[in-house]
Design a protein around this ligand. Structure first.
Ligand code: ADP
Ligand code: MG
Ligand code: MG
Length: 536
């Protein structure tokens, strides 16, 4: 990411730098606190199934504008419904992915399962969606300026006070015309009708949306640190986060709908689960809160060996019937080393178990579908309420097709001319797959025209910086203050079939923060750090 002295900064919730002795002491405590509260992962560099490292974390919570946070929370049930409607629109999914599946083998394999299931008819019409809509603040949004300072001016209080006043006056003037209706009702409607949105959706995840545990755990560590540093009063600016309960309750609601007392919830896992805390805490929560519901963990390979369908197409592992399947694997080609794993996925899709996600939800979460949804005329197909449509329309930044046709070729030319404005994304999940800015032309030149249809182009978002301490296993103590940027994820749970939505709710959040110099910030991938919002 390109950062200079003009890049705006969100002020830290506490005065920095901390005194060296105080910093060293609090970091030592916070690391132990993190491990002892399950904010931990298995090490990729020195792996042992018997030990954990703390997950990288930001020492104190990062500032986040309260209004924008509340808007994102209020919008989530609308986004849930949008995705539910998309997942059930066979024609839309088929035409949107038509070019992509000609060249992207992985998406084509998923689509083939979808096609076969469609031909057979869905054994289980109900889906469990556990979504995570990821977003970044857009610092160029004028409404944010009262909360921002420049990195050159950060910490210079006297000068900053004056600058801030000027910015507030500017921001007021620039938003006067588009002010929200003062008589609007509170709640979703009001936020839906407000005149701006200072964040943009990075993507929506419909499979293996992680951090249901690590999101709330980040708040716990940072609350501890703030208390230790004598800032207990600041805790009230950290919003409650019940992501773990919200997501697990979603699985339990699906289990109740399946309504067979002896049936179990099955987690589909990778061969090695590095991000183990973020799965086991789900399992432990279910076992402790609903002791009559058993949880099993199996890889796709194991399901291939053990799984079969019963007389009514129920999924059986040995004699155990599976009510709900929660995929924490299956979203990347490496999870399907042989045809056996694909066969297992197909077996599960044709079974009576309620899937999270079902194949149509998985496809609805592809980047290509997100790109198609961002076209204004397309949203009308899925959202009836004009206010809701307007609100959702604003969260999309420019998303462009790379299909081999007139529009796609014009977009290709645009990317070659001004690559610094864009990120190029394939149909992949889990981080580390995108091409950024000036690397785009070379990447595009290596592709044939048809190969480009496996990708989409997206406007880069310019999040403001925050400044603070990032604590990682094995890193120097005391650490330097670094420039960071954050990505907020809002969880949503939705359960229903093509005709009815039975449950639809927002289910907490997570904040991930990375060095401003890094393109991507996956925590499991080793680039990001756990964080939580401090609302200002
Ligand atoms: P994945 O499904 O692999 O997580 P994402 O679309 O979330 O793919 O991209 C990975 C990361 O790349 C994001 O977490 C974010 O840090 C960065 N990123 C993606 N899109 C943008 C964008 N439009 N502007 C800035 N950064 C982006
Ligand atoms: Mg993703
Ligand atoms: Mg992502």
């Amino acid at each position: 990411m390109s950062v200079d002295e003009h890049t705006p900064v969100l002020r830290s919730c506490i005065k920095l730098p901390l005194k060296k002795d105080e910093l060293i002491e609090v970091i030592a405590k916070a690391k132990d606190y993190a491990i002892m509260h399950g904010a931990a992962m298995r090490s990729k560099t020195s792996f042992s199934p018997d030990s954990l490292n703390f997950a990288p974390f930001v020492l104190v919570p990062s500032s986040f504008p309260r209004k924008e946070f509340e808007k994102a929370i209020a919008l989530q049930p609308i986004i849930n419904r949008l995705m539910h409607n998309v997942a059930h629109d066979e024609e839309f999914i088929t035409t949107t992915l038509a070019e992509t599946i000609k060249v992207d083998e992985f998406t084509a394999n998923l689509f083939n399962i979808y096609r076969k299931v469609l031909a057979l008819g869905f054994t289980q019409r109900i889906s469990l969606g556990m979504l995570r809509s990821d977003l970044m603040l857009e610092s160029r949004c004028p409404e944010l300026s009262p909360l921002l300072e420049t990195s050159a001016g950060a910490g210079n209080d006297a000068k900053e006070g004056q600058k801030q006043k000027e910015r507030m006056a500017d921001a007021k003037a620039s938003t006067k015309a588009g002010k929200a209706n003062p008589t609007a009702q509170p709640g979703i409607q009001r936020s839906a009708s407000s005149s701006y949105c200072c964040w943009k959706q990075v993507e929506i995840n419909t499979i293996a949306s992680g951090f249901g545990h690590l999101g709330p755990a980040s708040k716990t560590i940072q609350s501890f640190v703030l208390r230790e540093l004598g800032h207990a009063e600041k805790l009230k600016q950290m919003p409650k986060n019940e992501a773990l309960a919200g997501l697990c309750d979603g699985m339990v609601k699906a289990w109740n709908i399946y309504a067979k007392p002896k049936s179990v919830i099955l987690f589909i896992i990778e061969d090695i689960s590095y991000n183990i805390c973020d799965q086991r805490f789900h399992e432990f929560y279910i076992r402790e809160t609903y002791p009559h519901i058993k949880v099993l963990r199996r890889t796709l390979t194991e399901v291939h060996k053990e799984g079969k369908l019963g007389q009514n197409k129920e999924l059986l592992l040995g004699n155990t019937e599976v009510a709900v399947i929660y995929f924490r694997a299956g979203y990347e080609p490496g999870h399907y080393p042989t045809q056996g794993e694909w066969d297992a996925r197909y077996l599960m899709e044709t079974s009576l178990a309620i899937k999270c996600p079902s194949i149509q939800y998985h496809l609805a979460g592809t980047k290509k579908v997100q790109q198609a949804l961002a076209q204004p005329a397309v949203l009308e197909r899925f959202i009836n309420d004009p206010e809701e449509m307007k609100a959702v329309g604003k969260i999309f930044t420019g998303l462009y097709s790379m299909d081999d046709n007139e529009v796609g070729n014009a977009n290709y030319e645009m990317a070659m001319r001004t690559p610094e404005k864009f990120v190029l994304k394939p149909q992949r999940e889990g981080g580390g797959n995108n091409v950024y800015g000036l690397d785009i032309p070379d990447a595009l030149k290596r592709m044939s025209r048809v190969e480009r249809s496996a990708w989409i182009l997206m406007d880069l978002i310019h999040p403001p910086l925050s400044q603070g301490y990032m604590i990682r296993p094995g890193s120097d103590v005391p650490p330097q203050i670094v420039d960071m940027v954050s990505e907020l994820g809002i969880f949503g749970v939705i359960i229903g079939d093509a005709d009815h939505i039975i449950h639809n709710y927002q289910a907490g959040h997570m904040l991930r923060t990375k060095l401003s110099t890094a393109n991507e910030g996956g925590v499991a991938a080793g680039l990001g750090a756990l964080d939580s919002p401090y609302l200002i």
